[in-house]
Design a protein. Sequence first.
Length: 267
Amino acid sequence: MKKSALPVIVAAMAAINSQALAADPSFTGTLSAGYDSEYYFRGLWFSSNNLWTSVNLSIPVADKLTAGVGALYTYSTATDGAGPSRLDYGELDLVGSLTYDAGFAKFGLVATSYTFFDTFSGDINGVTFGNVSPDSRIGDAFDIGLTTTIPFGDANLYVAGYYDLRINAPYFEVGADYTFKINDCLSIVPAANIGYGKDYYSFPWTGNEKDGFTAARVSISAPYKVTDSFTVTPYVAANFSLDIREDLNVVREKNDVFGGLSVSYAF
């Protein structure tokens, strides 16, 4: 399957799902698409100028318990500075989750399957860019996570832990955000998080630290509700590479500023 066709297929499937679920208001969902000038995941740089699309469905299964299913596809349209030729990178994530709303907090169990169409590190002219270790050349991964979201008025605190069954390594993250409501349509949302990994794609055989903090990220977004269902969200962010990322994020600056834009439709 050609990478360029996947966003269209995912969007088409989501449109069919939304029509099928329209008769049942107990089902809700979100269709989204966007652009990221740089793609970072858990503090590690992957590619540049990414276009992405996603669909997420939320299904109540019991009192205070909700099931979620979703899919996200992202791919690089142009990544310069990664070698003599353009770096190709494409990724598909399939997600399933259960969330329990305890009132004072939401607790989640999430499982994610990752498919890397050009290997975990992408490729240049058909050859993997990350040719220094087996972990760089993997084509898929799967992790299970436990998440907690604690609201404090207009603020949220996030704590999460994940275990990657592909490489048998844990990753932990804590973050927070705050929503400043400007008016009925516009909000300003600053956010920050920091991650920690134990042999989590740290490639210690390259001389890098095996365990430690991955990166700190700060961002500010401005979601604008065009209608009750349609939202446009520009953002600016900075990724600060820490212990086990500063020797890996070498294609871009170790402390990198980037941005993007997303559109979403809730049904």
